[in-house]
Design a protein around this ligand. Sequence first.
Ligand SMILES: [Zn+2]
Length: 477
Amino acid sequence: MIAYPNCPLCASGTAIHQSNTRLAEITFMALGGGREIGANSFYYGVDGHGILIDAGLHPEKTGWAAFPSIESLAGNPVDHFLITHAHTDHLGAVPFVRQSFPDVPIYATSETIALAKIMLSNSASLLPKQHTQDVIDALPNYTILALPETLDKMQPLELGTSKELEGTGVKVTYYPSGHILGAAGVLIEHDGVKIFHTGDTSLHPQRLIGGAQLPEGPIDVLVSESTNGVVDAYLTHSRERELERLVGTINDTLAAEGSVLIPVFALGKLQEMLSMIGDAMRDGKIPKVPIYTGGMGRKISEVYDQFLTSRSRTNDVDKTSDIEQSELPRRDGLFDAKYFKEPSIVLAASGMMQDGTASYLLAQRWLRHAHFAICFVGYTDPRTPGYTVSHAEPNTRIRFGSMKRDVPVRCKIERFRFSAHARREELLEIVRRLQPKHVVLTHGDEKAIAAFGELILATFPEMIVSAPEVGKWYRLN
Ligand SMILES: [Zn+2]
């Protein structure tokens, strides 16, 4: 339990904040994503009406623990359902929520709806590998026949536009939140009360995706993500410096006739890395060698190319399809491909080398080659093979995932940070600009939330900071 000196929740030991003079009661519950980065899902109760934001799948847990705690709502209504963006930890449980609330309208940006078609069918195809049969049997909305019903329920709510949520007296506005294509932060307004829900956000622009835009402050409540709430200094390097370092490692490896493996998330990180490497090749900073991409990532790149003028994008309107790419073979062909014979760059999912994915399988071979390199470009959870490999010492032997034998660590292994999330200083900047009375911290591990909470209170002692637990009610105003 984290205690914040100014938080009445912590001081009173109750999950309900003290009421002030406002009449409209706004309550809040994290159904997932409270003190963790998990099955993100957040409920706002406004004068007897319910608004749900996101429903994600927990990337590491199995069984019902991987789903939002919808049972905690215990009879409270869900009248409107908003999706901030298409990452699985925010979207993957939407069909599950619809089993309890089949007729609730779902709002998302056109970009998110287009991405959801790919992401939800991927989630559905992975479920049987991650869960026992009794769980699968209880998930009828994830079948190939049922998935389109969920997609049909999704209605576009575009970045920069507002909507009155019927029957609730609530107005919501979608702000570009940076992060990935189509991602939104949500301003919720009711009876003079303003709440801003950041979603996953980044103030700094990336290569393809622009920085977040914010509503005007002051507001009453900020519900903020906290991913980078505590981050080692070496991870806060600028994107330009990290790119320079990456280009250096790629050049050294290619000059030694080796190949570079870059594990990436198929949504967001692949498109960003592909574009940056494409730029470097075009500008002569790295030699022209084959770039391998494949699978779901390529389909997602097509959606990025469909939305060149999206409000979430930077002004660079380059298509990823303009960058020459070789097809990464499917599982059986992975070990016969040319990247083992000629210098190449391989962008392979998953970013954390989850068991059975292309990057996981390739790493086992890559590690044996002293002139090869593996470049990690994002966060790896300590429970994943990606963490084991990215932290491996040279000239040792390691084993990860379901491997039966150790493998020698001979290749070069480097870590880079190209975060699609706000840095610690940016998170504080959001608080500074919005001047909320109350900050609710979500979407971060306990350390990140504690460190960011303390930073906020040290900078703005008059603010209330709370860190909700999953399944508990909080009063926001
Ligand atoms: Zn995300």
